[in-house]
Design a protein around this ligand. Structure first.
Ligand code: AMP
Ligand code: GLY
Length: 425
């Protein structure tokens, strides 16, 4: 069968890498894809937001399943449009994608279904938001309601910082319509973990745990980024915590969405804070995490394709997932300056050398092909991923790969995966 993958980042490269290992798949297409994905299938130039273009391509090319990577097309109804055209798609409907696309929707949903999360207030004017912040005190968290490419959240250490964030969102409108409403919520203490669950609307299967590193620099310092690295499994998620996550978060979420008339299909991403009071939901996303997918999928022993198909067919109850025992670590190599302004078009060397080791794979996140050369083309450029029997072994493998790759200005964290050792004795 032929599969179409929508997106062009490291997450989509990892999906393409895993999907092409399936004996069920004869060919993959990627829209628009990246140079790493081009080595696995056929990439063509189509925007991830061109819904009619994607539907027409899937129809004309006899695509058995379209896998939608990023949140924007999901929130804009790409899966609805494909399904209406009689085509199979992996991902939630526009209505179900509200869990990510509107933080207010997600908070109200969690309150209604008893899912643990931070106490919050929802505001559509700056004055009442500021009054609430003054009443609550700091630390406190201010979030634009809508999709803001991960930049709409301020964890404020002071009331003044929170007030400035409210001004930016509501008065200066730096996030446009995404800031028409905002959420102010209590600061949660603890350690973050990412849990993905596949769902067909009724049944679910929880995938291996992982942890992202959102801060730009070592020791979780510096500005927040889209994610500077990840590892799986995340030992902070003990069996006991995983059972809590299933009973208190995943099950009530899937059941609640069905009850509310917007059954959740695709992958549900729960961003969780694991603290002294147990687990709390920081956010829901309606897609696979990036870069967490790059460390979770390599650990999956089962064929991913029947799992993705069964989410769209309503037959996930018949599926089991097997995992490799080892661990996986991905280190993001970023452009100099990221997450602020950075240059593009810088030649990269050493990818082939790094990948000559069977335990290293390099997922492309922001690259472009120029003749024989690969150039940088984004903030997060490469995800250098190592597999081994242990977390330490996979850290060593990932950094062995990083050492072989270079481009001018490259920066990366040197402590990806170290937090795992706080929980391992
Ligand atoms: P979000 O986009 O909602 O996931 O927020 C981005 C990041 O801000 C999260 O990954 C956390 O690191 C941090 N964050 C968000 N909400 C809270 C909270 N209530 N308490 C502490 N940190 C938070
Ligand atoms: N790794 C964070 C995200 O995918 O939102």
């Amino acid at each position: 069968m032929k599969i179409l993958i929508i997106g062009s980042g490291g997450r989509e490269h990892a999906l393409a890498w895993k999907i092409t290992q399936s004996p069920l798949v004869s060919k993959i297409y990627c829209a628009p894809g990246n140079p790493g994905m081009a080595a696995l299938g056929e990439c063509f130039d189509l925007s991830v937001n061109d819904i009619p273009g994607v539907v027409a391509f899937a129809k004309d090319n006899d695509i058995a399943l379209t896998v939608v990577g990023p949140e924007d097309p999901l929130a804009n109804g790409m899966v609805d449009a494909l399904t209406e055209a009689g085509l199979k798609a992996f991902g939630p409907t526009k209505a179900a994608a509200q869990l990510e696309a509107s933080k207010g929707f997600a908070k109200d949903f969690m309150a209604r279904h008893g899912i643990p999360t931070a106490a919050y207030g929802e505001f559509s004017d700056a004055e009442s938001a500021i009054a609430y912040v003054r009443e609550q005190g700091a630390p406190i968290v201010v979030k634009a309601d809508g999709l803001a490419a991960g930049k709409g959240v301020t964890v404020a250490q002071t009331v003044a910082e929170a007030e400035a964030a409210i001004q930016e969102i509501m008065v200066e409108q730096v996030f446009g319509d995404a800031g028409a409403k905002l959420i102010v919520e209590a600061f949660l203490e603890g350690e973050e973990a990412s849990i993905f669950a596949l769902s067909d609307g009724e049944n679910y299967r929880i995938l291996a745990s992982s942890q992202d590193h959102k801060a730009a620099y070592d020791g979780d310092t510096g500005p927040n980024t889209g994610g500077m690295g990840a590892y799986s499994p995340a030992p902070v998620v003990t069996d006991e915590i995983m059972a809590q996550i299933e009973e208190q978060v995943i099950r009530p979420c899937i059941e609640g969405m069905a009850k509310d008339g917007a059954p959740y299909t695709g992958v549900l991403y729960a961003g969780l804070m694991i603290g002294p009071a147990g687990c709390r939901v920081v956010e829901f996303n309606c897609r696979f995490g990036d870069p967490e997918t790059q460390v979770v999928l390599p650990r999956m022993k089962s064929d991913l394709v029947p799992l993705l198909l069964s989410c769209s067919d309503g037959t996930l109850d018949a599926q089991d997932i097997e995992w490799n025992d080892g661990a996986c670590v991905a280190v993001v190599m970023a452009s100099g300056g990221y997450p602020k302004a950075y240059e593009k078009g810088i030649p990269i060397t050493g990818i082939v050398d790094a990948e000559s080791d069977d335990c290293i794979v390099v997922f492309h996140a922001g690259t472009k092909q120029d003749g024989d050369q690969i150039l940088t083309n984004g903030g997060r450029v490469l995800n250098v991923t190592g597999f081994a029997d242990s977390i330490q072994g996979s850290i060593d493998k990932a950094y062995e790969g990083v050492e072989k790759i270079s481009f001018n200005g490259a920066h990366y964290r040197t402590d990806i995966g170290q937090k795992a050792f706080h929980h391992l004795t």
